[in-house]
Design a protein around this ligand. Structure first.
Ligand SMILES: NC(=O)C1=CN([C@@H]2O[C@H](COP(=O)(O)OP(=O)(O)OC[C@H]3O[C@@H](n4cnc5c(N)ncnc54)[C@H](O)[C@@H]3O)[C@@H](O)[C@H]2O)[C@@H](O)CC1
Ligand SMILES: [K+]
Length: 495
């Protein structure tokens, strides 16, 4: 899967540029789109005796008329149910004219289990909630358990945001064209798409030079070039040094999970920084990972000055009893490079004064990386979290800009955003990651990669991908302790 994602406006622009460059005109692109869908239908659903193609008034409907024609030519029993008529002279009107199947009104459509439904009502052009007949058709398909193949997007899913207003169609397969849209990867759109296939319809990749997309699917091709490659002549500190702050004696495990994850992702040295009363608990469980006593800020400063770790993790299991803000702000101001990953309690500590953190982050040489789940996100960015009009992508992007740092907004569709507008949506998420300590591991992976000089945005993207990939491959029974040791085979594949 190519990493670029296009908003519906960018996709319209891609179509326009492709048509301008030739050789395909709009009608040819539409025929290619319809042919790609018909091929997937014939290949994947050979057992359906009948097909119902639901066609809307725009180009999505135009694709549907092409599909209906091709399926009829292949000997399949096809009925077409239309909402509205394509505009005279449009590509869709031409496709409708070429279609030998007479259209019936959408209201007459009744799904049946032996009938495959092709949803060509609305695609990228959907601008408002589905209206009456389209909404009713979506509900009838759900109630009947109909198998739906969606063209471009399930009707009712917004391409830019994955939001579904009310209820959208729910597809078993979605066939889209040229590049995915954010709505294919952001929930609830992603679940509504079922499996998603991206078909080539003759739009050349060169149109992307002009469009310069800023949103990406989080696939290895997005960050592979920046992934740390160990060189022969390196020693342990030249492979980076990550440090993790431990909580008190009763909550040391989170820091060790993060530390182990940093070590397993290839960093040369890892240190756990623990208060005196948590030294014994940590010492009992650490072997290759170093342990250093750290009770107050002076010692923290001295340690940073002497060893200059390239990345820090602060937050997992840290607690809110000790002063956090001063330590974070001093550290960030002092670091010469690398990244400070702030998670869990490290985020919550700034709930009353996020601006203080953001002001320091904007001036810092090191990168700030915030890894909130939805709840923690709301503590730092209550206005963004409460704004229904913003998609998860919009919120993460606005937060990164405001914070002057990378924001990893976690969930089944984790979004990673950087100041300046670059953002990636993760697409290999696993339900098995919803387990205690999994976030601590993620924070450690980010720090481990950032300590090896991977830029913070790429480090966060790679860590999110590795974390999810490990969980997906392991499957049921996963606990956070398993995750670090699942890294080596994934690293071998990447390198
Ligand atoms: N040359 C092109 O632009 C190509 C476009 N393609 C297809 O074209 C689609 C986009 O076409 P369009 O931009 O025409 O958009 P759509 O076909 O998705 O629908 C837009 C039409 O529906 C109206 N509309 C929007 N929301 C509505 C709602 N909730 N209720 C009722 N009417 C609503 C709009 O005013 C417009 O007339 C893609 O999804 C793709 O399937 C493909 O044929 C490939 C080539
Ligand atoms: K559709």
């Amino acid at each position: 899967m190519p990493p670029e994602l296009l908003t519906p406006q960018e996709m319209t622009e891609a179509d326009r540029l492709a048509i301008a460059a030739g050789p395909h005109d709009g009608h040819a692109l539409m025929r290619n789109a319809g042919a790609a869908v018909a091929m997937e239908v014939l290949r994947r659903f050979p057992d359906f005796a009948r097909t119902a193609v639901l066609c809307g008034p725009g180009n999505n409907g135009g694709d549907g008329y092409v599909v209906a024609r091709l399926l009829r030519e292949a000997g399949i029993a096809v009925r077409v149910f239309a909402q509205g008529k394509p505009r005279d002279g449009s590509d869709a009107a031409l496709a409708a004219k070429e279609c030998p199947v007479a259209a019936e009104p959408l209201e007459a459509f009744e799904p049946a289990v032996d009938t495959l439904v092709v949803d060509a009502l609305y695609g990228a052009g959907l601008a408002r909630p589905l209206d009456g007949p389209a909404q009713a058709a979506a509900l009838r398909c759900r109630d009947a358990g109909a198998t739906v193949v969606a063209i471009d997007l399930p009707s009712g899913v917004a391409g830019a945001s994955g939001s579904t207003w009310e209820r959208s169609f729910e597809a078993a397969l979605t066939v889209t064209f040229f590049r995915l849209k954010p709505g294919h990867l952001l929930e609830p759109g992603r679940s509504a798409c079922g499996e998603t296939v991206v078909a080539d319809i003759g739009i050349p990749a060169s149109v992307l030079d002009e469009i310069a997309p800023k949103t990406f699917a989080n696939v290895p091709d997005l960050w592979r070039k920046a992934f740390p490659q160990p060189a022969h002549a390196q020693h342990k500190y030249s492979r980076g040094h990550a440090a993790v702050f431990s909580g008190g004696p009763a909550s040391t495990g989170a820091a060790r999970l993060a530390a182990l994850a940093a070590a397993r992702v290839g960093v040369g040295a890892v240190t756990v920084l623990a208060p005196g009363n948590a030294l014994a608990a940590n010492a009992a469980h650490l072997t290759s990972i170093m342990l250093k006593r750290l009770d107050d800020d002076d010692e923290g400063e001295a340690f940073v000055a002497a060893h200059a770790p390239d990345a820090f993790v602060l937050g997992p299991g840290y607690g809110l009893e000790r002063p956090v803000r001063g330590r974070v702000l001093a550290l960030l101001a002092r670091m010469e490079r690398g990244a400070l990953v702030l998670d869990a309690d490290g985020i919550t500590a700034f709930r009353d004064a996020p601006e203080r953190l953001f002001d320091v982050a904007k001036e810092a040489r090191a990168a700030l990386v915030l890894t909130p789940h939805e709840g923690e996100f709301g503590r730092l960015f209550p206005d963004l979290a409460g704004e229904d009009a913003l998609s998860k992508l919009d919120s993460a992007r606005a937060a990164a800009e405001r914070a002057g740092g990378v924001v990893v907004l976690k969930g089944p569709d984790t979004v990673i955003a950087a100041p300046g507008g670059r953002a990636a949506i993760n697409c290999n998420g696993s339900p098995w990651l919803a387990t205690a300590g999994s976030g601590d591991v993620l924070a450690g992976l980010i720090a481990g990669l950032a300590a090896q000089r991977m830029p913070a945005f790429e480090a966060a993207c790679a860590a999110v991908w590795l974390h999810a990939e490990a969980a997906t491959r392991f499957g049921p029974g996963l606990i956070a302790e398993d995750l670090p040791s699942l890294m080596p085979p994934l690293l071998s594949e990447l390198l």
